[in-house]
Design a protein around this ligand. Structure first.
Ligand SMILES: NC(=O)c1ccc[n+]([C@@H]2O[C@H](COP(=O)([O-])OP(=O)(O)OC[C@H]3O[C@@H](n4cnc5c(N)ncnc54)[C@H](O)[C@@H]3O)[C@@H](O)[C@H]2O)c1
Length: 363
């Protein structure tokens, strides 16, 4: 693995969504790489959360509890952090919740992205910006092959549409204010990233497969599967974050305009599994765990059946590739939760051990 420490050591990173599942892992990783990390987000969205059980706040240079929709507070926090790098992850990230709260989902995911990019406009120095959207930003045409970065944005449910819209916001800001052809005048490089369905220790989100499984397993109950046949690009959280960090590192040292685009970071094609296979794999790895299809709600959630990402661009142009296959991702995820439920206490060392194992994995 390239030495990411050389790229981030001593740099200042502003992370939105640092109290969330992906944001807490990212913040810890950036701190390990020697970056000065300031986080801005609402409190952790779940209880427990990786942010709390891994005591991430202690490692940060700043832990700001704030709302993306408060554009003044956001702009002030970003200005004070004087970031070299902004990673925008904060979002309402759940499809089912987006049916219950569509307006809030659009406000946070779309206007929130506008507010982040507007705050970036007000920064004086140069900086790199990575906006995290989703594999669900693409118009799902029901195709069996993977979506590419050049495919149309879309999304039928409010969450997916909000992520497609956030991509359009990024493109508009880039073309209007952060045009790579005029880099010398504004100094801002802006890219967006679309990962797959991320699994890993510390995700307790409601109505997400892993959160639902581990809650049931820990309580000795049978986990219920809603969308057993849905095929998803599952990947370990560290693989997605590794893609974001490799892109940010390259953007820091290279002024090429093609870096300031959209990037997919999904699992190897052909390794996407249906929900029922991933759940069965969790059950095998967790002694005594059981799951079954929930006959009443199966496939009623409105999520599309097949979703694959084509990440050839990141492989060819950045040299990124997944390090952990789905079996390895499940194994590390299960071992994280089993340790949490067996021992309690801080999970930070477990996160760091998994980060070390990930970094040492040869591709
Ligand atoms: N987890 C996945 O499988 C997955 C897949 C594709 C894309 N994503 C995207 O990755 C990002 C992180 O997802 P996650 O799984 O870590 O979600 P999460 O729910 O664990 O974290 C979301 C974070 O956003 C913050 N937040 C929510 N609303 C906010 C607001 N109005 N103002 C400020 N902060 C707010 C929360 O406090 C939290 O820190 C999101 O943008 C999500 O859409 C996640």
């Amino acid at each position: 693995m390239e030495d990411l420490g050389l790229s981030f050591s001593g740099r200042s990173a502003f992370v939105t969504g640092h109290t969330g599942f992906k944001g807490s892992w990212l913040s810890l990783w950036l701190c390990e790489l020697g970056a000065r990390v300031v986080g801005f987000s609402l409190p952790p969205p779940t209880k427990p959360s990786n942010f709390e059980v891994s005591q991430i706040a202690e490692r940060l240079a700043g832990h700001i509890v704030g709302d993306l929709r408060d554009k003044q507070a956001l702009a002030l926090a970003m200005r004070e952090a004087r970031p070299d790098l902004v990673i925008h992850m904060a979002a309402q990230p759940l499809v089912r919740e987006s049916y219950a709260q569509p307006a809030e989902t659009f406000e946070t995911n779309v206007q929130g992205t506008v507010n982040v990019l507007d705050a970036v406009r007000q920064l004086e120095g140069p900086c790199q910006v990575i906006v995290v959207t989703s594999d669900k930003c693409y118009e799902n045409a029901g195709q069996l092959w993977g979506y590419r970065e050049t495919d149309r944005m879309g999304g039928r449910d409010p969450y997916s549409a909000s992520k497609g819209a956030a991509e359009l916001v990024v493109r508009s800001y880039r073309e209007s204010f952060f045009n790579p052809a005029e880099l010398a005048s504004h100094g801002k490089k802006v890219a967006s990233v679309r990962a797959g369905n991320v699994i890993g220790g510390g995700d307790w989100a409601k109505d997400r497969l892993v959160g639902d499984l581990v809650r049931a397993f820990a309580a000795g109950e049978t986990a219920l599967l809603r969308n057993p046949r849905s095929i998803r690009p599952w990947q370990h959280v560290l693989d997605a974050l590794h893609g974001y960090l490799m892109l940010a590192a390259r953007m820091a040292r290279d002024d090429a305009a093609w870096l300031c685009e959209g990037w997919n970071f999904g699992p190897d094609q052909g390794t996407e599994w249906p929900v029922e296979r991933l759940a069965a794999s969790f059950c095998e790895a967790w002694p005594g765990a059981r799951c079954r299809v929930d006959g009443e709600t199966a496939q009623a959630g409105g999520e599309t059946i097949t979703l694959r990402l084509d990440s050839s661009k990141a492989r060819l142009l950045l040299g990124w590739r997944p390090r952990w296959n789905t079996d390895q991702a499940v194994r590390h995820t299960v071992s994280w939760y089993r340790r949490h439920y067996a021992q309690g206490g801080s999970m930070r060392q477990t996160c760091l051990d998994q980060l070390k194992a990930f970094t040492a994995t040869e591709t």
